[in-house]
Each structure stands twice: as C-alpha cells, then as structure tokens.
Design a protein around this ligand. Structure first.
Ligand SMILES: [Cu+2]
Length: 481
C-alpha cells in the first residue's frame, strides 16, 4: 500500500516536471515530452486539391514520409508548357498531415532523371534551415533526417537550394499540417489550395514551352498568378464540390515566391480563420491575407447552392493572370438566405457607351492553317478572353451574359456576330427566348484571332459549324468604320 502511494507520488511529480502552466494556469504538456506509441506508420501523401485523412485521436507516432522530387513538363494554361520542379509530381507538392508529438522520419529522394540538386525547408521544423541544412540531395540520391513536431498549425515547405527564388518560382512548395492532440474539429469536406506566381519569357497565354524569366521575377511582375500550379486547376472538370448544409475547410497556402494573396471566396464568409495558419481564430472574415511562405486554415458552412468563386482579391490577377477557382455547391435553394433576382433594371455606370478592353494582346504568333488548327487556336483565345463573361462552356450567366452555346442569335447572322466581337455591343437583344440588355466591350483582337475564336464558337456547343475567315472579318472592319 505504502509503496503504491510512493509510485503514484513519483509519477505525479515526473508528470508535473514535464508540464508547465500557461497564463490561465491550465496544465500544458511540453510537446517535446510527448511519447510516440506503437509501430511506425507511413504517411499518406495526397495531390492537390485533396488532403490525407484526419489524424483523429491517434496517439503521437513515428511517421515515415517518403517524398520524391520530380522535374517534369506540365501545362500552365492551354498550349502553354512549363518545366515544373515538384515535390511529388504536383504543384503544390504532396500534402503532409501530422500531429503534435509525431517523430517524422523524412526520406527525400531526388529522381535520377532530374538535372539539379534540391533540398527541403519545412516551416514546421525546429532546427537549422527547417531541415534544409540536412536534406541537400543530388539527382539519384536519397537523404534522411528526423524531427519532432512541436508546434500545431499549417506550415509551408519549400526548396531552399540556390537560387532559392528560382526553385520556388518553378513550383517547389507545399503544405504540412500539424494537428493538435485529438485533431481539428470535424468538417464535411477538406481541400488543399495553394497560390503561386509564375514568370515566363512569353506574355500571358503565349504558346509553347515557356522558360523561367529571372528579370521579371526580380521585378516581381508575374505573367501568371494561379492556384495549384496552373490556370484551370480548380475550374471546369476540376471544380471542388460540396453540398448545401456541409461544412468546408480549406487549407490555403501561398508559395509566392513574391506576391501576398488576398484570399477570398465570392459569395461566402469564412466562419473561422486560423490567422496565418496558427492557433488564433478570427471569426466572420471576408478576405484573409496569406503571406508568401505562409498559410491559413479557413472553414465555413455552405447554405445555398451555386458556384462560389475562389479568388485572390487583387482582382486583376484573377481575371487576367489565372487565380480563379470554383467551389460548386449543389442542393436545395433557401430563399430566406438568398432570394435570387427580385427585379432587374439596367444600370450602366459608364453611361452605356461601349468601351474597349485594354490590349490583352495575345502575342501569339501561331498561324493556324487547317480547320482543326484554327479551332484549337480559337479555343485558347476563348479561354483567355471570352470565358470570363460567357462562361467556360458558353452557357452564359442569366440576366448578365447571353449564352454562346446553341445560341439562336449567334447562328442567325454571322456578320452580326463578327461585328459584335469587333466593335462590342449594347442594347436589348433576345437570345434563346431570354432578353439581355447589357454591354459587351469591344475586343482588341486581330482579324485572324476573331476569325479563329468565332470558328471555334460556331464549331462547338451544338452551333451551326459555320467557318469564319479573316477575310470576312477584314471586310466588316472596312465596311462599317
Ligand atoms: Cu529545388
């Protein structure tokens, strides 16, 4: 009996010695004293926009991370190729999910086909260079280092091999999440979104393999600002989804290398934001800053159906450089929360005159000769110029932008369509039985580009397959000057 008490007393004393009190006098366990339990486990790694399963209530463990560096060509935008350097074959790199107290045994492999040495700096690591000092690895080699996970939060990792800026600019970044003991509160959907800025020799949309442009990177003038490594990574077939009534958590990182992100979801309010990925929670936030080399965790409940648009609210980046994604919410309407349009009157702040879009000149020198080439060329013009209003599949937006898909108005008169793209259009029109009265800006495109984009539009979405030539456009440009 006596000896039992003694053992108990000793245990309590040792426990207290490894704990300390915070300001509120609650006992906090020093994470460096959390013991790992059971056999080591291999970390599940995922590609964006997905994240591994939550840690839940598993104890701290020895966690083995196997990450492979791959230098590989990918597509930044339609027809725009880029040589990405990646952690795990994607930009951003594989998502790593841990909990406080884990002992991570990190295996970093540099694929033998790669040209350069690399390393990794994990912002979740307490130690020189965040691991960079111990992880420098040549092509065809593997290095191993270990660290104890001490601080909870969402952390960026990145390559830190000279020239550091260039390795990051080529896509060498990702996120590592450290959950508290017991895990983060449960939500219905979780996604991984990471912003990055890219610097190419050619202008936005210019075709072909685009080399990295160091001068633009130093001036901090990116051609592309995108989520998950490329334009369109979160639109069309790649949209992320949720159902009405579900809670959604986004793990949002910013690889930079240069720009700070004003992260915003159009049509939502963040219920909770882990500011800068740490433990402080802000509530009811519209736009949150994500520093370069930083992250945030946001969550919100989706209450009504629709397409929520994920943007960097430095808004030219969104509409002209690619930082646009969609969270598609399906389910029943709730007219109390959102009524839909109750009345629609035309309001034209600039007096309704047609303006010209400042030269978003696609410097594309490609000369399309055959019909398939012209359609392909037209498609890329469409997806950089027209899609923002007429929508990716030509479906338009009710009361704002008429559809180009199966459009009776379009198919009825090709010369009128040319005229509209050439000079813009305002005034009432009826398309497929619905009235529109808005303004389309004149598009600063060459005769050839107009011919190609219209040929593309006519050849898709059940339209009349009419072919538009640059001579037809030139004639109209001459006629109604
Ligand atoms: Cu690198």
């Amino acid at each position: 009996m006596k000896s039992m008490k003694l053992i108990l007393a000793i245990t309590v004393i040792t426990l207290l010695a490894s704990c300390k009190s915070n300001e509120k006098n609650e006992v906090v366990i020093d994470p460096s004293n959390i013991k790992t339990e059971g056999a080591p486990i291999i970390a599940e790694l995922t590609s964006p926009p997905f994240v591994p399963k939550p840690v839940g209530d598993r104890p701290a463990k020895k966690l083995i991370v196997n990450l492979e560096i791959l230098e590989q060509e990918g597509e930044m935008a339609d027809g725009v190729k880029y040589m990405y350097w990646t952690f795990g074959g994607t930009v951003p790199g594989s998502f790593i999910r841990t909990r406080v107290g884990d002992e991570v045994e990190f295996h970093l492999k540099n694929h033998p086909d790669n040209k350069l040495p690399h390393n990794i700096d994990l912002h979740a690591v307490t130690g020189p260079g965040g691991g960079a000092a111990s992880s420098f690895v040549a092509p065809g080699h593997e290095v191993t280092f270990s660290f104890k996970v001490l601080n909870e939060g969402l952390f960026v990792y990145h390559c830190a091999t000279a020239p550091v800026g260039m390795h990051i600019a080529n896509g060498m970044y990702g996120l590592i999440l450290v959950e508290p003991a017991g895990g983060l509160p449960k939500v219905d959907k979780e996604y991984y979104v990471m912003q990055g800025d890219f610097y190419t020799k050619g202008a936005y949309g210019e075709k072909g393999l685009q080399p990295f442009d160091m001068a633009k990177a130093i001036k901090e003038e990116p051609d592309y600002v995108v989520f998950n490594g490329k334009t369109g990574s979160l639109t069309g077939d790649n949209e992320i989804t949720a159902k009405v009534g579900e809670t959604v958590r986004l793990y949002v990182g910013n690889g930079g290398p240069n720009l700070v992100s004003s992260f915003h979801v159009i049509g939502e309010i963040f219920d909770n934001v882990h500011i800068e990925g740490g433990s402080m929670i802000n509530k009811n936030v519209q736009t949150t800053l994500v520093p370069a080399g930083g992250a945030v965790i946001v969550d919100f409940k989706v209450d009504v159906p629709g397409s929520l648009v994920i943007v960097d609210h430095s808004i030219f980046r969104t509409f002209n450089k690619g930082s646009l994604g969609i969270l598609k919410v399906t389910g029943d309407e709730n007219k109390t929360i959102y009524s839909g349009t109750q009345s629609d009157n035309v309001y034209l702040p600039e007096g309704g005159t047609i303006q010209t879009m400042p030269g978003n000149k696609s410097a594309s020198p490609t000369i399309a000769v055959t019909l398939p080439e012209r359609i392909a060329e037209g498609k890329s013009i469409y997806s950089t110029t027209c899609f923002a209003c007429h929508q990716p599949n030509g479906e338009g937006l009710p009361n704002a932008f008429p559809p180009l898909a199966k459009s009776d108005y379009l198919n009825a008169d090709v010369n009128r369509a040319i005229e509209i793209v050439l000079r813009g259009k305002t005034g009432e029109m009826t398309v497929n039985g619905k009235k529109y009265n808005s303004v389309m800006t004149a598009q600063t495109l060459t005769d050839e580009e107009i011919a190609n984009v219209l040929t593309y539009v006519y050849s898709t979405w059940d339209n009349s397959k009419k072919e538009v030539t640059k001579e037809m456009v030139a004639k109209i440009r001459q006629e109604n000057k």
